[in-house]
Design a binder for this molecule. Structure first.
Ligand SMILES: NC(=O)c1ccc[n+]([C@@H]2O[C@H](COP(=O)([O-])OP(=O)(O)OC[C@H]3O[C@@H](n4cnc5c(N)ncnc54)[C@H](OP(=O)(O)O)[C@@H]3O)[C@@H](O)[C@H]2O)c1
Length: 345
């Protein structure tokens, strides 16, 4: 079957970027047969700089390079001095996969990279949250219009959970309440504390599993969950929202006694990102630890599982949960975006 060739650029080649490269290599045949797509990776960037190959890189080679702690600057096609955003702006390519570190202060380096993609007519598929949290409105405007490139970010909000795609799922309905349990790290820490460990020990155990952000405050003080709720509010609730619009409380003050009491009652305490529709039509947005009683569907989430519950006027109560191992669920969500851009359209 003839396939359509998509020339893509990947910025960020860590857990997500490297796993995505492995998928682009191992699923080549499936992408061609199921969706009629051939992916050619023509540009890459990591913290050492950028490389470009018009003929396309061997993606399996790139994945091995990064798995062996190699760098883009080791590649023969390395371009010294060129910024990732400049590569994205100038390269002959159709699509950007963006997976650089999330920076909630100014969105960089992802923000300049995504801007460059959209301004040069390339679709952008993001795993990183920073650009969306800092500049959702600006980026969405660049992606508005029939001929405009698409801005997609399924993987940025809860891995494989279709959180950011809920708008389409609930077409025509008004969301009355949404509860998001989308920070796996705090779920694990709170479970450990309910089992008898103190906060510091539970945090150390989670760090030993490699699931805590380099700056643990992002997880335990609620900022990762807040970033995801901010994106959800913009993309799904249609409410222009900044991080500063949310009330944010992390899990540091949750006591083992409270956790055990909830647990013994058949429920649990989770860090929940919550949007509640007010009578005036606007939403109260907050992230805080919440006691979920035994009857609450999100109280039944398993170890490390993420979930969301949405109550809407037309579709009633929608509950979803996802148990994922490592970064592959997020990469699947990025493939979902790819298929939505090129195949579903
Ligand atoms: N990990 C997950 O499960 C997950 C899930 C959902 C969303 N995300 C989001 O996805 C993004 C990537 O996560 P990750 O876990 O893959 O992070 P990571 O392992 O830290 O990888 C980050 C990558 O970005 C590169 N990088 C750093 N600074 C750069 C710069 N200035 N210009 C270009 N590249 C730069 C790094 O280069 P080096 O390789 O040279 O260090 C590395 O390849 C983050 O925004 C994260 O919030 C992650």
């Amino acid at each position: 079957m003839p396939t359509r060739e998509i020339r893509c650029i990947l910025t960020g080649m860590g857990n997500i970027g490297r796993t995505l490269l492995e998928l682009l290599s191992s699923r080549q045949t499936l992408f061609a047969s199921r969706y009629g797509l051939t992916l050619r990776c023509v540009g890459v960037a990591d913290s050492t700089g950028v490389a470009f190959s018009s003929a396309g890189f061997d993606v399996a080679m790139l994945a091995s390079l990064k798995a062996l702690r190699g760098a883009v600057s080791d590649l023969p096609d390395f371009i010294p001095g060129l910024r990732p955003a400049d590569l994205v702006a100038r390269a002959d390519a159709d699509l950007l996969f963006e997976a650089t570190p999330t920076n909630l202060r100014d969105g960089q380096p992802g923000l300049d990279i995504v801007r460059a993609a959209l301004q040069s007519g390339k679709h952008a598929i993001l795993a990183s949250k920073g650009p969306l949290v800092v500049a959702y409105g600006e980026l969405a405007a660049l992606a508005t219009g029939v001929a405009a490139p698409r801005l997609t970010f399924s993987g940025a909000v809860g891995g494989a959970l279709p959180t950011a795609n809920l708008g389409r799922h609930l077409a025509g309905a008004v969301i009355e309440q949404a509860e998001l349990v989308v920070n796996g790290t705090t779920q694990v820490i709170l479970e450990e504390m309910a089992a008898g460990h103190d906060f510091a020990t539970a945090l150390a155990h989670a760090q030993a599993q490699g699931i805590v952000e380099p700056d643990p405050a992002l997880d335990v003080d609620g900022w990762d969950a807040a970033a995801k709720l901010t994106i959800f509010a913009n993309a799904v609730l249609g409410r222009p929202t900044l991080l500063t619009d949310l009330r944010v409380e992390g899990i540091r003050n949750v006591t083992p006694a409270a956790l055990r009491a909830a647990w013994n009652d058949g429920g649990r305490i989770s860090l929940v990102g919550e949007a509640t529709r007010r009578a005036d039509g606007d939403y109260d947005l907050r992230v805080a630890p919440k006691t979920l009683g035994p009857e609450h569907p999100l109280a039944r989430l398993g170890h490390g599982e993420m979930g969301l519950l949405v109550q809407s006027d037309l579709a009633g109560r929608t509950t979803m949960a996802s148990l994922e191992q490592g970064p592959v669920g997020t990469c699947q969500a990025m493939i979902r975006d790819l298929v939505a851009i090129y195949h579903d359209r």
